[in-house]
Write a protein that binds this ligand. Structure first.
Ligand code: SAM
Length: 230
């Protein structure tokens, strides 16, 4: 894994991410985003793959909803942490999935594909491992969010001169003394729909998710979607 890859940066944040999730219930996943996202997830089939699964919080929630989940995670430390809580977790690259073709009914990528270096390659791989008619349900940082920044007076503006320019960025946040640095890549919506189209997906549903109060009621935080492999 190259030192300057997003995957390596995430592995470097593994201990922070595990502590953040297991001690901080203020994260948007627990407050509202998890429930919003699960509305898009189909009924369980024989196998659900969770791609970019982190320390396993989404896999555990899906397991409670009746899914048989296998997780794929870029950081070996995080995959191990999930396994310690009972998750079936494999360390590997989303763009080179260690699974046979046409094996899964559902693929989940919750807040992970914008953190994957080769996102179009990962989407192709997800299409390969899904059965025909299988669903990919994914959540990403909304491209409007990642294209911009807030000023101190809470005015939102473009970070650089073009929404269309891709960029790698880092956001450092601290909650209750728990530090976390998020390493991601901004891509315009066109890059996402292009990757899904090239992999043979049809988009079925899109949700733009904001917070319930504060500045993120004015600009969407996340974009969730369900796509079907034809
Ligand atoms: C924001 S976290 C989300 C984790 C999990 N889905 C959750 O919601 O708790 C993004 C995850 O993507 C993983 N990731 C980054 N690049 C990856 C890659 N190339 N292959 C697989 N996972 C990757 C990171 O290690 C990290 O666990």
């Amino acid at each position: 894994v190259p030192d300057d890859s997003l995957r390596a940066a995430w592995d470097g944040q593994a201990e922070n991410w595990i502590a953040w999730n297991r001690n901080n219930r203020d994260d948007t996943f627990y407050r509202f985003h998890g429930e919003r996202f699960f509305e898009l997830v189909p009924e369980p089939g024989a196998l659900t793959l969770d791609i970019g699964a982190g320390e396993g919080r989404v896999g555990r929630a899906l397991h409670e909803r009746g899914h048989t989940v296998v997780e794929l995670e870029g950081s070996p430390t995080m995959a191990r942490a999930s396994a310690e809580l009972g998750g079936i977790a494999v360390a590997g690259d989303a763009a080179c999935l260690p699974f046979p073709s046409s094996i899964a009914d559902v693929a989940i990528a919750f807040m992970s594909l914008h953190d994957v270096d080769d996102m179009p390659g990962a989407v192709l791989e997800i299409a390969r491992v899904l059965k025909s008619g299988g669903a990919l349900v994914m959540a990403i940082v909304h491209p409007i969010n990642s294209a911009g920044e807030w000023s101190e007076s809470e005015t939102f503006s473009l970070y650089q001169d073009s929404y269309f320019k891709e960029r790698v960025y880092s956001d450092s946040i601290e909650h209750d003394g728990l530090p976390m640095t998020f390493n991601s890549r901004h891509r315009p919506l066109d890059a996402w729909s292009g990757a899904l189209e090239a992999a043979g997906f049809t988009i079925e549903a899109i949700r733009e998710v904001g917070d319930e109060e504060g500045k993120w009621t004015r600009v969407p935080l996340f974009l969730d979607l369900r796509a079907r492999r034809s």
